[in-house]
Design a protein around this ligand. Sequence first.
Ligand code: NDP
Length: 265
Amino acid sequence: MAKKLFAVFGNPVSHSKSPLMHNLAFEGLSYDACYTRYLLENGEKLKDTFLKLGLKGINITVPHKEHAYHACDILDPFAQKVGAVNTIVKKEEKLYGYNTDAPGFLKAISEFKEVKKVLFLGAGGTAQSTSSILRDEGYEVTILNRSAGRLEKYIQEEFECYTFESFEPKIYDLVINMTSAGLEDDSLPAPKEILDNIIPNAKACVDVIYGKETPFLKLSKAYNKPTKDGSDMLLYQGIIAFGYFTDHTYRFDEIKKHMQKVFTL
Ligand code: NDP
């Protein structure tokens, strides 16, 4: 059988760890496949490009998750619900679409027990799928965002929503930075006075940014809170995608053993 080809599509895509993660697992599990990256500038061309390159599957990163959703012939019910696809697999000439970001995030925070009330700082694309899965799992999710515009769809879905101006602090078990504040700058995701009000009451604080200690995580540590960055979310979304790519041939822990080497290379 011919070697199977996979890729990550995005713009930019040079920073993506997905090729390394998946190739480590393909090699470690002796699965005859290769994973590369593709700079896709025009999201409208996602399906044509996929088919032209002869790929078996792809991951999709910023800003094409919505284009990926529209490119699929068959959608997994959760991807259908949130309108964002980050994993596509071709089976019998049809493109199947999945969202593995949200279940990856859910697994990443599962280590925090007795958590019910969650505060999201941020209302972008990542917050959208993860807030949905958390609510499905019984968490109470409140959204706090810098500006009002992105809150509209959350209000329609009956999430409790605030801007910095309208925020009325309550007690939250878990506070999560879902923004890009701290990714390439030194900013906090919300005014310090707000964070100084909510972090002391939290059981733990989580950031979706990985590979660095953000100002949000620094502040949380200063309050002696257990913290976690976005590395496990990255790893787990990749393991779940790998399961779809390989038709669930391997157990989660088998894949993890190889894929997690990405953090030591
Ligand atoms: P979006 O561009 O869709 O949304 C960005 C959000 O961040 C908005 O709510 C925006 O608020 C807010 N924001 C940006 N800068 C600031 C700031 N300085 N202060 C306050 N709020 C700010 O981004 P995504 O949802 O795609 O990504 C969010 C983060 O998630 C990124 O850091 C990304 O790297 C990370 N991520 C991590 C993954 C992982 O596997 N660990 C997977 C996917 C994403 P406003 O509406 O006011 O503009």
